[in-house]
Design a protein around this ligand. Sequence first.
Ligand SMILES: NC(=O)c1ccc[n+]([C@@H]2O[C@H](COP(=O)([O-])OP(=O)(O)OC[C@H]3O[C@@H](n4cnc5c(N)ncnc54)[C@H](OP(=O)(O)O)[C@@H]3O)[C@@H](O)[C@H]2O)c1
Length: 398
Amino acid sequence: MAAVIFTGAQLLKQQGGFIGIAYVKTANYSTESKAYNLSALKRGTGGRSSFNGIVATVFGCGGFIGRYVCNRLGKNGSQLILPYRGDPYDVMRLKVCGDLGQVYFHPFDLRDEESIEKVCRYSNVVINLIGRDWETRNFSFDDVHVKGARLLAKVAKRSGVERFIHLSALNAEETPEAVILKGGSKFLASKWRGEQAVLEEFPEATIFRPADVYGQEDRFLRYYGHIWRRQATYLPLWKKGEETIKQPVFVSDLASGIMAALKDSDTAGKVYQAVGPKRYYLSELVDWFFRVMRKDKDWGYWRYDMRYDPIFQIRVTLTEKLRVGFPIGNLHWERVEREHVTDVVHSEVPTLEDLGVALTHMEDQVPWELKPYTYGLYQGLVDLEEPYTPPAPPTPVA
Ligand SMILES: NC(=O)c1ccc[n+]([C@@H]2O[C@H](COP(=O)([O-])OP(=O)(O)OC[C@H]3O[C@@H](n4cnc5c(N)ncnc54)[C@H](OP(=O)(O)O)[C@@H]3O)[C@@H](O)[C@H]2O)c1
Protein backbone atom coordinates (compact mmCIF):
# COMPACT_ATOMS: atom_id res chain seq x y z
CA MET A 1 0.00 0.00 0.00
CA ALA A 2 1.24 3.43 -0.77
CA ALA A 3 2.63 5.68 1.90
CA VAL A 4 0.52 7.70 4.26
CA ILE A 5 -0.34 11.03 2.72
CA PHE A 6 -1.92 13.78 4.71
CA THR A 7 -3.06 15.98 1.85
CA GLY A 8 -2.91 19.65 2.30
CA ALA A 9 -4.47 20.29 5.63
CA GLN A 10 -1.62 19.53 8.08
CA LEU A 11 -1.88 23.03 9.51
CA LEU A 12 -5.54 22.49 10.27
CA LYS A 13 -5.15 19.24 12.14
CA GLN A 14 -5.47 20.74 15.61
CA GLN A 15 -8.66 22.58 14.73
CA GLY A 16 -12.05 21.41 15.90
CA GLY A 17 -15.56 21.91 14.47
CA PHE A 18 -16.02 22.77 10.80
CA ILE A 19 -12.30 23.07 10.03
CA GLY A 20 -11.55 19.77 11.80
CA ILE A 21 -14.11 17.92 9.69
CA ALA A 22 -12.63 19.49 6.54
CA TYR A 23 -9.26 18.06 7.53
CA VAL A 24 -10.70 14.55 8.01
CA LYS A 25 -12.42 14.71 4.66
CA THR A 26 -9.30 15.75 2.75
CA ALA A 27 -6.90 13.29 4.40
CA ASN A 28 -6.09 9.99 2.73
CA TYR A 29 -3.81 7.15 3.78
CA SER A 30 -3.60 5.60 0.33
CA THR A 31 -2.83 6.97 -3.11
CA GLU A 32 -4.84 4.11 -4.60
CA SER A 33 -8.35 5.11 -5.54
CA LYS A 34 -9.50 1.48 -5.82
CA ALA A 35 -9.88 -0.93 -2.89
CA TYR A 36 -7.75 -4.05 -3.42
CA ASN A 37 -8.32 -7.35 -1.70
CA LEU A 38 -5.17 -7.12 0.39
CA SER A 39 -5.88 -10.30 2.31
CA ALA A 40 -5.31 -12.21 -0.94
CA LEU A 41 -1.66 -11.11 -0.76
CA LYS A 42 -1.02 -13.36 2.27
CA ARG A 43 2.61 -14.44 2.54
CA GLY A 44 5.16 -15.73 5.05
CA THR A 45 4.83 -17.94 8.11
CA GLY A 46 2.73 -15.73 10.35
CA GLY A 47 5.38 -13.82 12.32
CA ARG A 48 5.86 -10.07 12.58
CA SER A 49 7.65 -9.84 9.23
CA SER A 50 5.06 -11.81 7.29
CA PHE A 51 1.56 -10.88 6.18
CA ASN A 52 -1.11 -13.19 7.60
CA GLY A 53 -3.96 -11.91 5.42
CA ILE A 54 -5.59 -9.85 8.19
CA VAL A 55 -6.06 -6.16 7.49
CA ALA A 56 -7.53 -4.84 10.72
CA THR A 57 -8.98 -1.43 11.45
CA VAL A 58 -8.80 -0.83 15.19
CA PHE A 59 -11.11 1.95 16.40
CA GLY A 60 -10.08 3.17 19.87
CA CYS A 61 -6.51 1.98 19.19
CA GLY A 62 -5.01 4.71 21.37
CA GLY A 63 -6.79 3.53 24.52
CA PHE A 64 -5.67 1.10 27.22
CA ILE A 65 -6.90 -2.14 25.61
CA GLY A 66 -6.12 -0.83 22.11
CA ARG A 67 -2.40 -0.82 22.78
CA TYR A 68 -2.42 -4.52 23.70
CA VAL A 69 -4.64 -5.52 20.79
CA CYS A 70 -2.49 -3.62 18.26
CA ASN A 71 0.67 -5.24 19.64
CA ARG A 72 -0.80 -8.71 19.22
CA LEU A 73 -2.01 -7.97 15.72
CA GLY A 74 1.34 -6.56 14.64
CA LYS A 75 3.22 -9.47 16.19
CA ASN A 76 1.46 -12.04 14.04
CA GLY A 77 1.85 -10.13 10.78
CA SER A 78 -1.47 -8.32 10.46
CA GLN A 79 -1.71 -5.02 8.69
CA LEU A 80 -3.11 -2.28 10.90
CA ILE A 81 -5.26 0.66 9.93
CA LEU A 82 -5.41 2.91 12.98
CA PRO A 83 -8.03 5.66 12.97
CA TYR A 84 -7.43 8.41 15.51
CA ARG A 85 -8.90 11.74 16.52
CA GLY A 86 -7.04 14.78 17.76
CA ASP A 87 -3.27 14.84 17.87
CA PRO A 88 -1.51 12.17 15.75
CA TYR A 89 1.39 12.21 18.26
CA ASP A 90 -0.90 10.44 20.77
CA VAL A 91 -1.08 7.32 18.60
CA MET A 92 2.23 7.60 16.79
CA ARG A 93 4.02 5.17 19.12
CA LEU A 94 1.74 2.39 17.82
CA LYS A 95 3.77 2.57 14.60
CA VAL A 96 6.26 0.12 16.10
CA CYS A 97 3.56 -2.49 16.82
CA GLY A 98 3.99 -3.86 13.34
CA ASP A 99 6.69 -4.27 10.74
CA LEU A 100 7.71 -1.54 8.34
CA GLY A 101 4.81 -0.58 6.08
CA GLN A 102 2.24 -2.52 8.11
CA VAL A 103 0.83 0.25 10.32
CA TYR A 104 -1.17 3.12 8.85
CA PHE A 105 -2.84 6.03 10.62
CA HIS A 106 -5.82 8.00 9.49
CA PRO A 107 -7.87 10.76 11.16
CA PHE A 108 -11.57 10.11 11.63
CA ASP A 109 -14.63 11.45 13.36
CA LEU A 110 -17.13 9.10 14.98
CA ARG A 111 -19.97 11.15 13.48
CA ASP A 112 -18.49 11.34 9.98
CA GLU A 113 -19.52 8.35 7.86
CA GLU A 114 -17.16 9.25 5.03
CA SER A 115 -14.04 9.16 7.23
CA ILE A 116 -15.14 5.82 8.72
CA GLU A 117 -15.74 4.43 5.26
CA LYS A 118 -12.21 5.43 4.24
CA VAL A 119 -10.63 3.44 7.07
CA CYS A 120 -12.80 0.35 6.57
CA ARG A 121 -12.64 -0.05 2.81
CA TYR A 122 -9.35 -2.05 2.69
CA SER A 123 -9.96 -4.13 5.81
CA ASN A 124 -11.37 -7.57 6.43
CA VAL A 125 -11.43 -7.12 10.22
CA VAL A 126 -12.79 -4.21 12.25
CA ILE A 127 -12.33 -4.03 16.03
CA ASN A 128 -14.35 -1.46 17.97
CA LEU A 129 -12.67 -0.50 21.24
CA ILE A 130 -14.25 2.94 21.42
CA GLY A 131 -15.79 3.72 24.77
CA ARG A 132 -15.81 6.38 27.46
CA ASP A 133 -16.43 6.03 31.19
CA TRP A 134 -18.01 9.47 31.49
CA GLU A 135 -20.13 11.74 29.31
CA THR A 136 -18.57 14.85 27.81
CA ARG A 137 -19.97 18.10 26.41
CA ASN A 138 -19.61 16.71 22.87
CA PHE A 139 -20.44 13.04 23.35
CA SER A 140 -23.10 11.40 25.50
CA PHE A 141 -22.90 7.67 26.35
CA ASP A 142 -25.45 7.06 23.61
CA ASP A 143 -23.37 8.97 21.04
CA VAL A 144 -20.30 6.84 21.77
CA HIS A 145 -21.67 3.42 22.71
CA VAL A 146 -24.85 3.25 20.62
CA LYS A 147 -24.89 5.68 17.67
CA GLY A 148 -21.12 5.47 17.13
CA ALA A 149 -21.02 1.67 17.44
CA ARG A 150 -24.01 1.35 15.10
CA LEU A 151 -22.35 3.55 12.48
CA LEU A 152 -19.09 1.59 12.63
CA ALA A 153 -20.96 -1.72 12.28
CA LYS A 154 -23.09 -0.37 9.43
CA VAL A 155 -20.14 1.00 7.45
CA ALA A 156 -18.08 -2.15 8.11
CA LYS A 157 -20.90 -4.32 6.79
CA ARG A 158 -21.29 -2.14 3.70
CA SER A 159 -17.52 -2.22 3.08
CA GLY A 160 -17.50 -6.02 2.99
CA VAL A 161 -15.64 -6.50 6.28
CA GLU A 162 -15.69 -10.19 7.32
CA ARG A 163 -15.19 -9.97 11.08
CA PHE A 164 -16.45 -7.25 13.43
CA ILE A 165 -15.32 -7.44 17.07
CA HIS A 166 -17.10 -5.14 19.52
CA LEU A 167 -16.21 -4.43 23.13
CA SER A 168 -19.17 -4.02 25.43
CA ALA A 169 -19.01 -4.44 29.23
CA LEU A 170 -19.88 -7.11 31.79
CA ASN A 171 -23.14 -6.32 33.65
CA ALA A 172 -24.46 -4.47 30.58
CA GLU A 173 -28.23 -4.73 31.02
CA GLU A 174 -31.28 -2.96 29.72
CA THR A 175 -31.94 -1.89 33.32
CA PRO A 176 -28.72 -2.40 35.30
CA GLU A 177 -28.78 -3.13 39.02
CA ALA A 178 -28.91 0.21 40.89
CA VAL A 179 -26.54 0.45 43.85
CA ILE A 180 -26.07 4.17 44.46
CA LEU A 181 -27.47 6.05 41.46
CA LYS A 182 -31.21 6.11 40.84
CA GLY A 183 -31.84 3.99 37.73
CA GLY A 184 -28.37 2.41 37.89
CA SER A 185 -25.39 2.99 35.62
CA LYS A 186 -26.15 4.88 32.41
CA PHE A 187 -22.84 3.55 31.03
CA LEU A 188 -23.95 -0.07 31.42
CA ALA A 189 -27.40 0.61 29.96
CA SER A 190 -25.83 2.32 26.93
CA LYS A 191 -23.43 -0.60 26.48
CA TRP A 192 -26.44 -2.94 26.38
CA ARG A 193 -28.16 -0.80 23.73
CA GLY A 194 -24.84 -0.66 21.86
CA GLU A 195 -24.74 -4.47 21.65
CA GLN A 196 -28.25 -4.51 20.17
CA ALA A 197 -27.35 -1.77 17.66
CA VAL A 198 -24.20 -3.58 16.53
CA LEU A 199 -26.02 -6.89 16.10
CA GLU A 200 -28.78 -5.21 14.10
CA GLU A 201 -26.23 -3.82 11.63
CA PHE A 202 -23.72 -6.69 11.72
CA PRO A 203 -25.39 -9.90 12.98
CA GLU A 204 -22.11 -11.88 12.69
CA ALA A 205 -20.29 -9.51 15.05
CA THR A 206 -18.44 -11.05 18.00
CA ILE A 207 -19.06 -9.21 21.25
CA PHE A 208 -16.80 -9.22 24.30
CA ARG A 209 -18.10 -8.20 27.71
CA PRO A 210 -15.08 -7.43 29.90
CA ALA A 211 -15.23 -7.14 33.67
CA ASP A 212 -12.81 -4.59 35.19
CA VAL A 213 -9.63 -4.92 33.17
CA TYR A 214 -6.25 -4.51 34.90
CA GLY A 215 -2.78 -4.04 33.46
CA GLN A 216 -0.33 -1.23 32.69
CA GLU A 217 -2.09 2.16 32.69
CA ASP A 218 -5.45 0.63 33.57
CA ARG A 219 -8.38 2.32 35.27
CA PHE A 220 -8.83 -0.32 37.95
CA LEU A 221 -5.63 -0.73 39.99
CA ARG A 222 -4.60 2.85 39.26
CA TYR A 223 -7.99 4.06 40.48
CA TYR A 224 -7.34 2.58 43.92
CA GLY A 225 -3.70 3.66 43.86
CA HIS A 226 -4.67 7.29 43.24
CA ILE A 227 -4.60 9.67 46.21
CA TRP A 228 -7.96 11.20 45.13
CA ARG A 229 -9.83 7.91 45.72
CA ARG A 230 -8.96 8.02 49.42
CA GLN A 231 -9.67 10.32 52.35
CA ALA A 232 -6.03 10.66 53.45
CA THR A 233 -5.24 7.07 54.51
CA TYR A 234 -8.90 5.99 54.85
CA LEU A 235 -10.76 4.30 52.02
CA PRO A 236 -14.52 4.78 51.63
CA LEU A 237 -16.43 1.94 49.90
CA TRP A 238 -20.19 1.53 49.60
CA LYS A 239 -21.25 -0.73 52.51
CA LYS A 240 -17.51 -1.19 53.08
CA GLY A 241 -17.33 -3.17 49.81
CA GLU A 242 -18.57 -6.21 51.67
CA GLU A 243 -21.61 -6.75 49.44
CA THR A 244 -19.91 -6.38 46.05
CA ILE A 245 -18.23 -9.25 44.22
CA LYS A 246 -15.73 -8.61 41.42
CA GLN A 247 -13.99 -10.84 38.88
CA PRO A 248 -11.31 -8.65 37.20
CA VAL A 249 -9.52 -9.84 34.09
CA PHE A 250 -5.93 -9.27 32.97
CA VAL A 251 -5.65 -7.17 29.81
CA SER A 252 -3.32 -9.63 28.03
CA ASP A 253 -5.91 -12.38 28.54
CA LEU A 254 -8.55 -10.19 26.95
CA ALA A 255 -6.23 -9.45 24.00
CA SER A 256 -5.55 -13.21 23.65
CA GLY A 257 -9.32 -13.81 23.57
CA ILE A 258 -9.80 -11.24 20.83
CA MET A 259 -6.99 -12.81 18.77
CA ALA A 260 -8.45 -16.30 19.27
CA ALA A 261 -11.88 -15.07 18.15
CA LEU A 262 -10.37 -13.57 15.01
CA LYS A 263 -8.86 -16.90 14.04
CA ASP A 264 -12.05 -18.88 14.68
CA SER A 265 -15.00 -18.15 12.38
CA ASP A 266 -17.28 -20.12 14.75
CA THR A 267 -17.13 -17.17 17.12
CA ALA A 268 -19.09 -15.00 14.68
CA GLY A 269 -22.41 -13.84 16.14
CA LYS A 270 -21.46 -14.91 19.68
CA VAL A 271 -21.04 -13.04 22.95
CA TYR A 272 -18.07 -13.77 25.25
CA GLN A 273 -17.69 -12.77 28.88
CA ALA A 274 -14.14 -11.65 29.65
CA VAL A 275 -13.67 -12.37 33.33
CA GLY A 276 -10.77 -13.50 35.48
CA PRO A 277 -10.41 -16.97 37.03
CA LYS A 278 -11.61 -16.06 40.55
CA ARG A 279 -14.30 -13.98 42.23
CA TYR A 280 -13.50 -11.77 45.20
CA TYR A 281 -15.36 -9.47 47.54
CA LEU A 282 -14.38 -5.90 46.66
CA SER A 283 -13.41 -5.38 50.32
CA GLU A 284 -10.97 -8.35 50.21
CA LEU A 285 -9.46 -7.18 46.92
CA VAL A 286 -8.94 -3.57 47.94
CA ASP A 287 -7.47 -4.53 51.34
CA TRP A 288 -5.01 -6.73 49.48
CA PHE A 289 -4.08 -3.96 46.99
CA PHE A 290 -3.20 -1.69 49.91
CA ARG A 291 -1.20 -4.44 51.62
CA VAL A 292 0.71 -4.96 48.37
CA MET A 293 1.39 -1.20 48.16
CA ARG A 294 2.72 -1.46 51.75
CA LYS A 295 -0.01 0.92 52.84
CA ASP A 296 -1.30 -1.35 55.57
CA LYS A 297 -2.77 -0.70 59.03
CA ASP A 298 0.59 0.67 60.29
CA TRP A 299 0.48 3.23 57.49
CA GLY A 300 -3.06 4.17 58.58
CA TYR A 301 -5.20 2.23 56.12
CA TRP A 302 -8.79 1.87 57.23
CA ARG A 303 -11.75 0.89 55.05
CA TYR A 304 -15.15 2.35 56.01
CA ASP A 305 -18.70 2.76 54.73
CA MET A 306 -18.99 5.56 52.17
CA ARG A 307 -22.67 6.08 53.01
CA TYR A 308 -21.75 7.89 56.22
CA ASP A 309 -19.18 10.21 54.67
CA PRO A 310 -20.88 13.28 53.12
CA ILE A 311 -17.50 14.95 52.60
CA PHE A 312 -16.34 12.21 50.23
CA GLN A 313 -19.70 12.33 48.45
CA ILE A 314 -19.40 16.10 47.98
CA ARG A 315 -15.85 15.60 46.68
CA VAL A 316 -17.06 13.09 44.07
CA THR A 317 -19.77 15.52 42.95
CA LEU A 318 -17.37 18.47 42.76
CA THR A 319 -14.72 16.44 40.93
CA GLU A 320 -17.36 15.51 38.38
CA LYS A 321 -18.85 19.00 38.02
CA LEU A 322 -15.66 21.08 38.07
CA ARG A 323 -13.54 18.87 35.83
CA VAL A 324 -11.78 20.31 32.84
CA GLY A 325 -11.37 17.44 30.38
CA PHE A 326 -11.23 14.28 32.48
CA PRO A 327 -12.18 13.77 36.15
CA ILE A 328 -9.15 13.71 38.50
CA GLY A 329 -8.29 10.14 39.49
CA ASN A 330 -11.22 8.89 37.39
CA LEU A 331 -13.45 9.80 40.31
CA HIS A 332 -17.06 10.42 39.27
CA TRP A 333 -20.43 8.99 40.26
CA GLU A 334 -20.75 6.66 37.25
CA ARG A 335 -17.42 5.08 38.21
CA VAL A 336 -18.40 4.80 41.86
CA GLU A 337 -21.70 3.20 40.84
CA ARG A 338 -20.05 0.65 38.51
CA GLU A 339 -17.39 -0.05 41.11
CA HIS A 340 -20.08 -1.37 43.46
CA VAL A 341 -22.10 -3.42 40.96
CA THR A 342 -21.54 -7.13 41.52
CA ASP A 343 -20.13 -8.95 38.47
CA VAL A 344 -22.76 -11.35 37.15
CA VAL A 345 -21.37 -14.16 35.01
CA HIS A 346 -24.01 -16.10 33.08
CA SER A 347 -23.27 -19.81 32.88
CA GLU A 348 -24.83 -20.13 29.41
CA VAL A 349 -22.62 -17.39 27.90
CA PRO A 350 -19.08 -18.52 26.92
CA THR A 351 -15.99 -16.96 28.49
CA LEU A 352 -12.36 -16.45 27.49
CA GLU A 353 -11.62 -20.00 28.66
CA ASP A 354 -13.93 -21.25 25.89
CA LEU A 355 -11.57 -19.49 23.48
CA GLY A 356 -8.65 -21.47 24.90
CA VAL A 357 -7.19 -18.62 26.97
CA ALA A 358 -5.22 -19.73 30.07
CA LEU A 359 -6.31 -17.05 32.54
CA THR A 360 -3.80 -15.11 34.63
CA HIS A 361 -4.30 -15.17 38.39
CA MET A 362 -4.37 -11.80 40.11
CA GLU A 363 -1.87 -12.84 42.79
CA ASP A 364 0.69 -13.58 40.02
CA GLN A 365 0.29 -10.24 38.24
CA VAL A 366 -1.03 -7.52 40.54
CA PRO A 367 2.08 -7.16 42.80
CA TRP A 368 4.14 -6.29 39.74
CA GLU A 369 1.52 -3.86 38.42
CA LEU A 370 1.29 -2.09 41.79
CA LYS A 371 5.04 -1.79 42.33
CA PRO A 372 5.18 1.89 41.32
CA TYR A 373 2.59 2.64 44.02
CA THR A 374 4.69 1.15 46.83
CA TYR A 375 4.70 3.43 49.86
CA GLY A 376 7.87 5.49 50.17
CA LEU A 377 9.38 4.18 46.94
CA TYR A 378 10.27 7.60 45.56
CA GLN A 379 11.33 9.01 48.91
CA GLY A 380 13.89 6.21 49.38
CA LEU A 381 11.95 4.81 52.38
CA VAL A 382 11.89 1.28 50.95
CA ASP A 383 14.38 -0.73 49.00
CA LEU A 384 12.63 -3.14 46.65
CA GLU A 385 15.80 -5.24 46.52
CA GLU A 386 15.56 -6.06 50.24
CA PRO A 387 14.03 -9.43 51.18
CA TYR A 388 10.32 -9.02 51.78
CA THR A 389 7.54 -11.49 52.55
CA PRO A 390 4.66 -10.71 50.16
CA PRO A 391 1.32 -10.19 51.92
CA ALA A 392 -1.24 -12.97 51.93
CA PRO A 393 -3.37 -12.99 48.74
CA PRO A 394 -7.10 -12.23 48.95
CA THR A 395 -9.50 -15.06 49.71
CA PRO A 396 -11.68 -15.86 46.70
CA VAL A 397 -15.44 -16.26 47.05
CA ALA A 398 -16.18 -19.94 47.54
N1 LIG B 1 -10.86 -0.86 30.68
C1 LIG B 1 -11.83 -1.50 31.29
O1 LIG B 1 -11.74 -1.84 32.48
C2 LIG B 1 -13.09 -1.84 30.53
C3 LIG B 1 -14.08 -2.61 31.16
C4 LIG B 1 -15.23 -2.92 30.46
C5 LIG B 1 -15.40 -2.48 29.17
N2 LIG B 1 -14.43 -1.73 28.57
C6 LIG B 1 -14.66 -1.26 27.21
O2 LIG B 1 -13.61 -1.70 26.37
C7 LIG B 1 -13.35 -0.71 25.38
C8 LIG B 1 -11.90 -0.28 25.43
O3 LIG B 1 -11.61 0.15 26.75
P1 LIG B 1 -10.31 0.96 27.12
O4 LIG B 1 -10.06 0.71 28.55
O5 LIG B 1 -9.22 0.70 26.14
O6 LIG B 1 -10.84 2.47 26.95
P2 LIG B 1 -9.98 3.81 26.85
O7 LIG B 1 -8.60 3.60 27.35
O8 LIG B 1 -10.80 4.88 27.50
O9 LIG B 1 -9.92 4.08 25.30
C9 LIG B 1 -11.07 4.41 24.62
C10 LIG B 1 -10.74 4.75 23.19
O10 LIG B 1 -11.97 5.22 22.60
C11 LIG B 1 -11.72 6.47 21.96
N3 LIG B 1 -12.90 7.32 22.02
C12 LIG B 1 -13.65 7.61 23.10
N4 LIG B 1 -14.64 8.44 22.75
C13 LIG B 1 -14.49 8.69 21.42
C14 LIG B 1 -15.19 9.48 20.48
N5 LIG B 1 -16.25 10.19 20.84
N6 LIG B 1 -14.74 9.51 19.21
C15 LIG B 1 -13.66 8.81 18.84
N7 LIG B 1 -12.97 8.04 19.67
C16 LIG B 1 -13.36 7.98 20.96
C17 LIG B 1 -10.58 7.09 22.74
O11 LIG B 1 -9.95 8.03 21.93
P3 LIG B 1 -9.20 9.28 22.58
O12 LIG B 1 -7.92 8.72 23.10
O13 LIG B 1 -9.02 10.20 21.41
O14 LIG B 1 -10.08 9.81 23.65
C18 LIG B 1 -9.72 5.86 23.04
O15 LIG B 1 -8.88 5.57 21.96
C19 LIG B 1 -14.31 0.44 25.66
O16 LIG B 1 -15.46 0.28 24.89
C20 LIG B 1 -14.65 0.25 27.12
O17 LIG B 1 -15.90 0.80 27.46
C21 LIG B 1 -13.28 -1.40 29.23
